[in-house]
Design a binder for this molecule. Sequence first.
Ligand SMILES: Nc1ncnc2c1ncn2[C@@H]1O[C@H](COP(=O)(O)OP(=O)(O)O)[C@@H](O)[C@H]1O
Ligand SMILES: [Mg+2]
Length: 183
Amino acid sequence: MRELSLNILDIITNSVEAEATRVILVIEEWQTRNLLRVRIRDNGRGMSDDLMSRVLDPFVTTRTTRSVGMGLSLFRQIALSTDGDLVLQSALGVGTTVTVDLRLNHLNRPPLGRISDTVVNLAIGALDVHFYYIHHTESGRMIFDSFRLFGYMEETGCGLYQTIVPMKEKIQRQLKAIHSSAL
Ligand SMILES: Nc1ncnc2c1ncn2[C@@H]1O[C@H](COP(=O)(O)OP(=O)(O)O)[C@@H](O)[C@H]1O
Ligand SMILES: [Mg+2]
C-alpha cells in the first residue's frame, strides 16, 4: 500500500515550489478520537479562490510539463476512503494550509511510512527553507526543527551528509517514545 509519507512529500513539495520559506508539518494521532490529522502550513505565494476551487479536481494543474496534477486530489481521495477529508485554506501572498483528516483505525488508512526519511530529505534538499515537524500523540509530543541541523553539525563536527542517518534515527526514536502507532 502507498505510504502517507509520500503524499505528505507531494504536498510539501508544492509549498517549496510556491517559494515558501517556512513549512510546518503537524501530525496528530488521537486514539481516543480515532483521528489521524495531518496539517501542512506554508508561507508561500498562496492560491486564488479560483485555483483553490479547481485544484481538488484530478484534472487540474497549473504545471505545463504534465497535464494532470495529482498531489492534492489523490491525498483527498485517500482521506475520503477512510471517512475523512482534505480541506484547503489559502490566501494570495500569505500562504496555504492543507488539513487532512483520516480515521486512524480505518481499514483503508495507509501507514504513515518513513516520515523521518521524508522530512530529513526535504530539509537537506532545501536548506534555506525552515521546516518544522511536530508529532502529537496521547503520550506526548516530538518536535523536529530543520535549522537545528546546523547546530548539530557544529557540535559534532559532522558534515551535512553525516548528519542524515543520525537525524532520521533520532526522529524514529522520539516517535517510538511517544508511542506513535500510525507508522
Ligand atoms: N502550497 C501551495 N501554494 C501555492 N500553490 C499551490 C500549493 N499547493 C498546490 N498549489 C497549486 O495547485 C496546483 C495543484 O497541486 P497538486 O495537486 O499537487 O498538483 P501538481 O503539483 O502536480 O500541479 C499546483 O500546480 C499549484 O499551482
Ligand atoms: Mg504537487
